[in-house]
Design a protein around this ligand. Sequence first.
Ligand SMILES: [Ca+2]
Ligand SMILES: [Ca+2]
Length: 383
Amino acid sequence: MLRLSSVLTTAALVAAIAPSAITSASADHASSPTAASPTAAQPRRHAADPLVIAHRGASGYRPEHTLAAYELAARMGADFIEPDLVSTKDGVLVARHEPEISETTDVADRPEFASRRTTKSIDGRPVTGWFTSDFTLAELKSLRAKERLPELRQESTMWDGRFEVPTFDEVLELRERLTKELGREIGVYPETKHPTFFDEAGLDLEGKLAEAIRKHHLDRGNAPIFIQSFELSNLVELREELDVKAPLVFLVAGGAPYDLVAKGDSRTYRDLIQPASLVELSKTINGIGPEKSLVIPRKADGSLGAPTSLVSDAHAAGLDVHPWTFRAENVFLPVDHRSGAAASDFGRAIDEQVTFLEAGIDGLFTDQADVGVAARAEFLAGR
Ligand SMILES: [Ca+2]
Ligand SMILES: [Ca+2]
């Protein structure tokens, strides 16, 4: 049966959650009008221990978005593995951080693909390189992954040239195998990358994603999955048009979602995380994934500051908060958490993460799953 909401265009639905449409900003999710909406998100599954989400796999130790990186993260104790999803030319979802793949594969060294180098506009910016949308799956499978940050993560370069670009299906099969073997649920946290770019290329991500998670029995509100996006329209599309039941997470950074920019909608991420907007968003989404400085900013001197109201604002709207990205190397840490002389040396990352966990976050994205697991254990022991 066609749902009433599905006859609305995505644009109309996104417009419907404009701040001007908000009539109630009640902090009490259970009694707010949003809770009665047929499209309201499920009550927040709180009280559970915070989640350790392996950002691009154990990407601090292995080339990112490889089955080896995901598997190592699960064995280190991560609850979720995080594939970023892009499309091949023949419409297969594969795991890469960007459509452009010269940073994370050996494509630039392959003479047979030299002529594929080109420039495309991604989110309004020109990008030059090789794009998954110009390669069939068979062609992509002939490439090998490499470490994205070789100077910072020299040990990981030992694995260059050894792993394929995995399909989303292969990631979901790995999840099932590891769940059985480890005797605990390994969740999957797929991100749709640049949905507007792929729509314009005629390679829709959302239908394929919905199909894959249904095939793998993950399209339930309580399934071990979160679907994330920096764009808003495609989350609305997943919920309203594709009737996806799996939890949805809206990623938040600086600037503005590109789907809104492309439509001439002037709202920024900052507008969208105001308390009233979060309540309205909770009709569609189950959580937010903010850049971590939106939860605890750094002071002018680069040291860690005091928490903002974002966690309590999101919790008041019934939304989980999963900030990113926690990395152990000094170069990524607040200056008062650094240790050792080199940018690549590990600093006091456990302390940083415990401080964020004490601020009430519901999970964290980390490149070093073992560090996240240690921080969570310390936090839980002290709670
Ligand atoms: Ca991601
Ligand atoms: Ca789409």
